[in-house]
Structures are given as C-alpha cells and as structure tokens.
Design a protein around this ligand. Structure first.
Ligand code: WT7
Length: 661
C-alpha cells in the first residue's frame, strides 16, 4: 500500500523559526503573566495560532477540578508530529533535529536531520500499522537511549497510538504490572542497552515480564548491543526487518510520506507511570494539544531558545524530563536536541563536558544529583574542555543546594550563564515554576516565579491560604495550583477516581502537588520537598509504600518501614527499618537477599541504601507506624525525637536508636 495522499497537499508553515510568544524582558513577563490570569482564553489561543492544526478549536478552555475535568482547545484536530517534524521540513530539512552521542565515545556519532527524522518516523508509523497497531492502542516502549527510541515515540504519535515508555532501570515485575495496567498489546524494545560499562539485557527482561502473558501480540526488537536474545515465533519480530519492509511502502520516487492521523486536541498522547504514596504506580495521562503547547512554550521561554542553538538535556527519555525537553519541546520548536546514550562518569567524569565541547552545546539541562556527583571528581575532568559555547544552564528534579548551584555557576557557566531552576512534575507535563534565562531574576536554590498560566497558592493543612509569615518573613505551606494550565494531567489511566483522590481531593478546587514550598516578599517560590510519603532519590520518584511492599515480599521479613534521609549526592537516600524472623541468622546475607528482592520487584533504582534490622517499629496504640520518629532517627537527629508517650511501646525507640546505621 502507498500513502502519498496527505503530504503532497500539506504546506509547511514557515512559522517555527521565530517565536513571537518568546518573552524578552521582566516587564514582558509581568504583562504576559497578568494577561494569562485575567484572560487565559485569549492568551492561549493567540499562542495556539502558531501551530499547525487540521481544524481549529470551538472553545479554548472548559474545566472543573471537582471531577476533575479539563479540556483545552475542544473540537480542534491536529497531529503533534506535523508540529514537531513536517512543518520544519521546508526550512530546516537538512538541519540536525537530534544529535546522538553513544555510550562509548569511540563509537560513531549519529546526526539525525529533520528530513531523516521524518522518514524514520513515517517508517515506524507504517511498521506499527503493518503489525496491527491502531489509533488508541497502547504501545509499551522499553529501550535504551538510541535515536530509535525517539522514532518509536513519534511513530506512535503519528498513528495516534498511546506510547508508554518504561525506564530501563525497572524490573520485569514492574514492566508486567505496567503492561497489565495499560492493557498494552504491543512492545518495542532493544536486545540490550549500554549503560557505562554495563549491558542491560532489555529483551530478556521483557521475556521475563511476559511469562504467562497472553495479551501481548507483538514485540519489536531493535538490535543495539548484539546480545543474544530468544525470539518467539509469531510474537517477536526484528525492528530492522520490519523497518526495511516499511521503507518500501513509505518512500516512492524519492518522496517519503505517511499520513499523520487526525487526533482530537484532548486525545491521550502518552501514559507515563510514576510513584505516589500508595504501593501502586499510577499511569499519568497527557493530552495532545495542551501538552504540545506547554512543552513548546516553556522550552522557548524558560531556556530562551533561539533557532540554531544546541540543547542538551541529560535526562533519560524514560522520565518526563526526557519526553518534554529532549523530544517534544525542542522538536516542536524546530530545535536541535542532543541525546546521550551513556552515563555522566563513564569512561571518565568529563563525559558531559566532552559532549558540550564536541557539539558546541548552548543549553545544558541536568539534575542536581549529577552536578553533585560530578563536583566530587574535582576540576580535573574539566581540563582542556572548551565550555565557552554554553549560554544557559538548567536544573530539574529536586531542590538544588547552594553549594552545587555555585559550583555549576562558577565552573560550568563561568559566571556568565543564567541558571534556570525548573520546578515541575510528571503530572504537570512541563515547567510550572522557574526563572526564564536572563529574563527574569534568578535566586540560588529558588525556583522563583510561576510561568504564565500557572497560579500557585500555599495552603495549610486545612486548605486555607497561608498568610502568616515566619520569622524569616517567608510564607510556608503546601503547594497547590488554582487553575489548569494546558499540560495538566487529564487522568490516571484506567482509574479516574484515583486521579481525583490523589490530586484534587486534599483541598477543594485545587490541584495538590505533594510538595511543600516557601514564598518570599518578591513572590518567589522555593520548593522544600515532598510532604507526602514519596522519596526523591537522585531525582527519581519512589514511593515508600512501594519499597515496603517489595521488602515485605521477602520470605524472612515480618514487617518494614521505609523513610528518606539526607544523602550528599542523591539528595535523598532510602533507609529501611526491617523486622525479620532471623531464621538463617546471617544479617549480611539477609540484607543482600532483601536488596535482591527489591531489585526483582521494582528494579535496582529502588534498592535501599541502608537496612537496619529492628525488633519492633514505633507504633501508636491504633497500630499506625510513627514515621516522624523513624525519619528523625534516619536523619541522625537522635536527641530531638519528640514525644513518644503515645506509642504502644516507647522502649522500641531506644532499641532503634542504639542500632542506628
Ligand atoms: C517532584 C516531581 C520534573 C521532572 C523530573 C521529576 C521534585 C522537581 C524540582 C525543583 C525542587 C523539584 C518535586 C516534585 N522537583 N523539580 N526544581 N526543585 N524540587 O519529575 O519524578 O514527577 O518528580 O520532583 O518534589 O514533586 P517527577
């Protein structure tokens, strides 16, 4: 079959090249902010005019947070890949869309132009279609950081399939749970992935996840590491074969095309699983039009992106940061995005700086964890690396301590690059609170001001707005948002009630972020961290309940309680208090067994840093674990445990204190 139809009639609009909605001064920011709050509909519809639509909207915004129910650009039709690729082809066809840096610096770099990206995405779309994937189907993607991962994501979007990327650090059991929850029938994976000196056998993990599974119809396997894999007849196919076949279908007489499916503004674009305070990860669902607008708008404004700049976001596409600021944000802006397969400190700790030098990176966006761990190697890895191309630096994922901020500023930005501290979440789709590089003021370790369209509010436990300043003149409370921005999550997959109770029921008519924050006299926000039972380990979100469930699966374990503690590099470490039945009498071995169990159930990223065996846990008379006490102990704040008189057995506290690791 040939699909030439759409492309010949599609006229790329020459609009991606300038960004009329890029804010250029603090004054402009204030004006834009005010307008976005007073008249969000005209504010966002003017911005939306800069995108390619198959049909314009009937209304801009309908919502109520009670259900919750949010609709942006109701009635509009579009395909996000036409906005990320097709519209750039005329002007930018031969410009790099993706610059790929392999794990091993000795290996060849790959530069993917917009023309090439277009062709590959059309091929993937055709390949998916050939394999039975239809609009609305869920496709699970479990791949390493190779350009094919971006092709896979965009190929899904091209045909309207919902992608659900799973980070390579999750175990077979985690994958199986997510496949089941998303009701996925298709998987795209790799034989293996390179991560530093390691090879992660992705296909083999998928095989374990699929033991007993009857719903998966097709597994498409891209060859990266030449790791031996088992290919099940009738279910598993090779990416290379399928893509070659599809190539003949999408390319005729030198013209490449695959019609982009017509999607509703509110059709789901993807699902991304994230941890909450319950034991079960939830599938955050993002929409098409709102998410597109938001990632584009924030990319252009926060980083002050200019056409031709090279943007390097070091995140993995398995997390939201990679979705929004490696793929959708930069590509929708016609930008050039660096995609790095490897890890920061292999084969040496100068890897990031080498990449900055090699590709003349202008914008570097990374996590405080990475900065802190690279700081630990001193300045030697910076020797001989030319970082003069850098213009903007960014951080994301966790609060950045001042020491790391200043190191980043001094040694990487050479005190001439604004640093943007971007606060956001999987659920928010893109940055909500952040300074704009060189345009709005920065303040070390403060995320500062909300983006246009974002209305934060700090509330107390009862949901009343906090108005009383503390001794430092700051307001302190739980961070909520009053009204929807275009990329707010729409639901949690398959369980809308869960979305409601999780985010919209704590405080009436507010979206609750789960974070605590401070606000200063300038209206700047500083995010202080989670106020729920969610940990932030190296910028990765992990639920304490999830880790406890995994630990409790181990045969020797009676009960456990998990809390976070300050960790110099990771931000937070995982501290587990475990009651075991001590049957095989070897603590060290039991510890290893528990780590192995957590690795199996969740994945290596959730392994506790410390496991302390205890005889009892501090419980109230009603049986509730007093985490406050455990947190104090884990933090090492032993003299300041607080009131223990309401405990069923206060003596357990001394036992635990004495055994502290
Ligand atoms: C949680 C969201 C945002 C993409 C990566 C993480 C914390 C995020 C900051 C920041 C302080 C931050 C919050 C938030 N967080 N950015 N700039 N300063 N804390 O996404 O896995 O959904 O985690 O990360 O606690 O709730 P996520």
């Amino acid at each position: 079959m040939i699909f030439l139809a759409d492309f010949t009639t599609f006229t790329p609009q020459n609009i991606a090249m300038s960004y009329p909605y890029q804010i250029k001064s603090f004054e402009e920011y204030k004006k834009a902010y005010q307008k976005s709050v007073e008249d969000p509909e005209s504010f966002w519809s003017e911005i939306a005019e800069n995108f390619v639509w198959k049909k314009k909207w009937n209304s801009v915004l309908n919502w109520n947070f009670e259900e919750p129910w949010v609709q942006w650009f109701e009635g509009a039709k579009l395909n996000i890949t036409e906005n990320c690729i097709d519209r750039h082809l005329k002007e930018l066809g031969e410009k790099p869309a993706i610059i790929w840096e392999p794990n091993n610096p000795e290996e060849r770099t790959r530069i993917v132009t917009y023309n090439r990206l277009h062709k590959r995405v059309c091929q993937v779309a055709q390949m998916l279609k050939n394999n039975g994937v239809k609009k609305g189907d869920r496709v699970c993607i479990y791949m390493g950081m190779v350009p094919e991962l971006a092709y896979a994501i965009l190929g899904c979007a091209r045909i309207g399939a919902i992608h659900s990327v799973i980070f390579g650090g999750f175990s077979a059991q985690s994958i199986a749970d997510r496949l089941y929850d998303a009701n996925a029938e298709y998987i795209i994976t790799c034989d293996g992935a390179y991560r530093g000196e390691k090879i992660i056998p992705l296909k083999s993990v998928i095989d374990d996840a699929l033991i007993g599974n009857r719903s998966i119809k097709r597994v498409i396997v891209y060859t990266r590491t030449r790791t031996a894999v088992s290919m099940l007849k009738g279910r598993d196919v090779w990416w290379e074969d399928e893509m070659q076949y599809a190539e003949e279908q999408v390319e005729k007489n030198g013209i490449v095309s695959f019609p982009a499916e017509t999607m509703d503004a509110e059709d789901p674009l993807f699902i991304l699983y994230t941890s909450g305070s319950t034991g079960k990860p939830k599938g955050v669902v993002h929409s098409t039009a709102g998410y597109m607008l938001w990632t584009n708008y924030t990319f252009i404004n926060v980083f002050q992106y200019r056409q031709g700049q090279v943007h390097f976001c070091t995140a993995d596409i398995g997390w939201i940061t990679g979705h929004s600021y490696i793929v959708y944000g930069p590509l929708s802006a016609g930008g050039t995005s660096v995609m790095f397969e490897g890890v920061p400190a292999w084969p040496n700790a100068g890897r990031f700086w080498e990449i900055v030098d090699k590709y003349k990176v202008n914008i570097l966006y990374t996590a405080p964890t990475a900065i802190r761990s690279l700081m630990g190697f001193g300045l030697e890895p910076l020797q001989g690396k030319d970082l003069s191309s850098l213009e903007v630096l960014g951080t994301v994922g966790e609060p950045i301590n001042e020491e790391a901020w200043h190191w980043y500023d001094e040694h990487i930005g050479k005190k001439k690059c604004p640093i943007v501290d971007t606060w956001w979440q999987t659920e928010t789709g893109g940055c909500l609170i952040s300074n704009m590089a060189g345009v709005t003021p920065a303040k070390p370790s403060w995320a500062t001001l909300p983006m246009p369209g974002v209305q934060p509010i700090l509330v107390d436990e009862k949901g009343n707005e906090v108005t009383e300043k503390d001794e430092h003149g700051l307001l302190k409370g739980n961070l909520c948002i009053k009204a929807p921005w275009p990329a707010i999550l729409r639901t949690t997959y398959g369980d809308h009630e869960r979305c409601r109770t999780n985010y919209f029921s704590a405080y009436k008519d507010l979206y609750f972020t789960g974070d605590g924050a401070l606000k200063d006299e300038n209206g700047f926000y500083r995010i202080t961290g989670r106020v729920d039972d969610v940990l932030n380990v190296s910028g990765h979100r992990i639920g304490t309940a999830e880790v406890e469930n995994a630990i409790n699966m181990h045969a020797g374990v009676v009960e456990s309680a998990v809390v976070g503690y300050p960790h110099d590099i990771k931000g937070q470490g995982i501290y587990a208090f475990v009651i075991d039945n001590n049957t095989h009498g070897d603590e060290e071995l039991t510890r290893k067994d528990i780590l192995q169990t957590v690795s199996r159930i969740i994945g290596p990223i959730a392994k506790p840093d410390k496991i302390q065996f205890v005889k009892g846990l501090p419980k109230t008379r009603s049986g509730k674990i007093m985490r406050r006490i455990l947190r104090k102990i884990a933090e090492g704040d032993l003299s300041n445990i607080g009131d223990t008189s309401t405990l069923l057995d206060p003596t357990v506290v001394d036992d635990i204190k004495n055994g502290k690791l």
